[in-house]
Design a protein around this ligand. Structure first.
Ligand code: NA7
Length: 557
């Protein structure tokens, strides 16, 4: 078969559209809205789940909650939307976020453009027609000019391959794929593996239900209180009146949040001043210690240790048994905030309960999952439920699973085998007309997602509008610009303490994953200025092919 007839065969029976958006989370919903309603394109959304929500669809585990305040963790594009929606709590719980996204989908009539229960299993770029061919697990096929994975960077779960995993006779639960009806742990013995942000939310709640809870901890985390509270009618009114200022503050901030400002240097303050400052930020809750205490904790190990020791001291104050407290404290030398800051509500107090046992699997690793529970190097544990709170194959996992192939048969998995490559974190050379939203090498997980998503979706929509207005068939990131962006990502990260820490930011949690820093650390304001300038200068870091050139080439072929 010639290339031409192969192309024709694989597009036969396919639905032709202008754009395919994959995912119905915050990003997919807004991207679809912009392309369909503002640009008037024919767009289809494909979503593996049977409903909208993205990570908020799947992460229904007990205690699942966003640790960014609801007034920041929401769309800003519609004044009517932000005025009509009322958040019940300062920090939104998973059911409330899902209800909000349902409301958004309803209000903007988005669901009719999505196909649910539809997982994308392959996407190939056809260089002759400049179209993407997208195939789903049902065998349905689409041909689209634009291919926009809005699949999220924390959506592909990581479930470690423990020996004997399939032998467990009780029930397995994965926090990132929690059953819709919930799980009743009343009177049951439960084991949970992992003590990251997810586990820290789930543990206090499960501890209240279960007969006994075993927490298998490999690495202790620097948890800081969320300080959640119900939203009073007065606070709701105050926020709604202040939205212009809140959104502006977020846009002008490093992380896309309206947080308290950090002081420049922890070392410039006296120990007493420092302690009082950390204390006020600890009481303010959420990311206030992380982003709102001192800027130099990200750059200077001595400054960082002042924050680390403050949080350790807090753990020691909150946990009654000194031996348990010592185990829950991150080990000496481990830097604070160089991996994701988990926020908690009563996590440390859960270990003061008689029905909670902390098991140190750093000292005595898990050797095997058994039918009754699990065996570590020095003991066996029996339980009825085993919860994997073991995180995600972050940044690249969901993209790799789609088997994406660009020009000249190059697979994304292969091209990124030494780490992600892109220009501005938006597009990858050799993968034309494909755009990433808040993906690797953009501010991504170091920027509040809803405003980050709005920034990217609006940029992508503007770029597509530009292409359509100028008769352009193809946009492709320039390889030299891509190389320079990669160097810039590394340079920014290397100026901080972050690459030295072991974390999913570096790919450390997935065996065999290359160890590279995955996102842009220059801050949201700078990033926004860079991508705006790129658009204003008519995309100098990208190469275009005009429709008529493409048509001429096609007719030659
Ligand atoms: P994280 O932060 O990656 O935490 C995963 C936890 O699971 C962490 O404690 C890991 O220990 C533990 N883990 C992972 N693999 C293993 C194995 N093989 N053995 C023992 N323990 C293991 O994921 P989360 O879901 O908590 O949070 C991810 C993000 O989601 C969060 O930051 C928010 O942005 C939302 P380790 O630290 O690797 O020793």
């Amino acid at each position: 078969m010639t290339n031409t007839s192969m192309n024709e065969a694989s597009s036969a029976g396919a639905k032709h559209v202008d754009a395919v958006v994959v995912g119905a989370g915050f990003a997919g919903l807004y991207m679809l809205l912009l392309l369909r309603d503002r640009l008037g394109l024919d767009v289809v959304g494909l979503e593996a789940a049977d409903g909208i929500g993205g990570v908020w669809y799947w992460n229904r585990y007990p205690g699942a909650r966003c640790d960014i305040a609801s007034c920041d963790y929401s769309y800003s594009f519609s004044e009517e939307l932000q005025q009509e929606w009322t958040w019940p709590e300062k920090y939104p719980a998973q059911p409330d976020i899902l209800a909000y996204l349902e409301h958004v989908a309803e209000r903007f009539d988005l669901k009719r453009s999505f196909q649910f229960d539809t997982r994308v299993i392959r996407a190939d770029f056809d260089e002759r027609s400049n179209r993407w061919r997208i195939e789903t697990a049902h065998g349905t096929r689409f041909v689209a000019k634009y291919f926009i994975p809005a699949t999220g960077v924390l959506s592909e779960g990581n479930v470690p391959e423990f020996k004997g995993r399939e032998n467990f006779a009780g029930r397995n639960c994965f926090t990132g794929r929690w059953p819709k009806g919930g799980v009743d742990f009343s009177g049951k013995r439960v084991g949970i593996i992992g003590t990251g942000a997810t586990a820290m939310q789930a543990i206090p709640i499960i501890a209240e239900q279960a007969a006994h809870l075993y927490v298998f901890q490999r690495t202790p985390s620097f948890g800081v209180p969320l300080q959640n509270e119900p939203m009073s009618a007065e606070e709701d009114r105050r926020i709604k009146a202040a939205y212009p200022r809140i959104r502006r503050a977020a846009r002008e901030s490093f992380g896309g949040l309206s947080l308290l400002e950090a002081r420049p240097s922890a070392l410039a303050d006296s120990p007493a001043e420092r302690r009082a400052h950390y204390e006020s930020r600890y009481q303010a809750g959420g990311f206030s210690v992380w982003f709102g205490s001192y800027s130099d904790i990200f750059f200077d190990a001595t400054a960082n240790e002042t924050a680390a020791e403050f949080v350790r001291q807090k753990i020691r104050e909150r946990v009654k048994d000194p031996a348990v407290a010592a185990l829950l404290c991150p080990r000496p030398g481990v830097t604070y905030g160089t991996k994701r800051q988990p926020c908690e509500s009563g996590y440390f107090e859960a270990f003061n309960r008689d029905n909670v046992t902390l098991v140190d699997i750093h000292r005595a690793p898990i050797e095997e999952i058994t039918p009754q529970g699990l065996r570590t190097a020095d003991a066996s544990y029996e339980f009825d439920y085993l919860i994997y709170a073991t995180g995600f194959d972050a940044f690249t996992g969901a993209l790799f699973r789609m088997n994406i192939t660009g020009c000249q048969g190059l697979s994304l998995n292969k091209y990124w085998s030494a780490g992600p490559r892109s220009y501005l974190g938006i597009a990858t050379s050799g993968f034309p007309n494909m755009f990433n939203i808040t993906g690797p090498q953009s501010p991504s997980v170091f920027y509040n997602f809803p405003p980050g998503i709005e920034m990217h979706c609006e940029w992508i929509a503007d770029c597509i509008r530009f292409m359509e207005a100028h008769g352009l068939a193809r946009i492709d990131a320039d390889a030299e610009h891509e190389e320079a962006w990669l160097r810039h990502i590394v340079e920014l990260a290397d100026a901080t303490l972050m690459p030295k820490a072991s974390s999913w930011y570096m790919g450390d949690n997935i065996p065999g994953k290359p160890r590279v820093f995955m996102f842009y650390l220059g801050g949201g304001q700078k990033y926004r200025a860079l991508i705006d300038q790129e658009a204003a200068n008519r995309y100098p870091g990208f190469n275009f092919v005009a429709e008529d050139t493409a048509q001429a080439d096609a007719s030659k072929g």
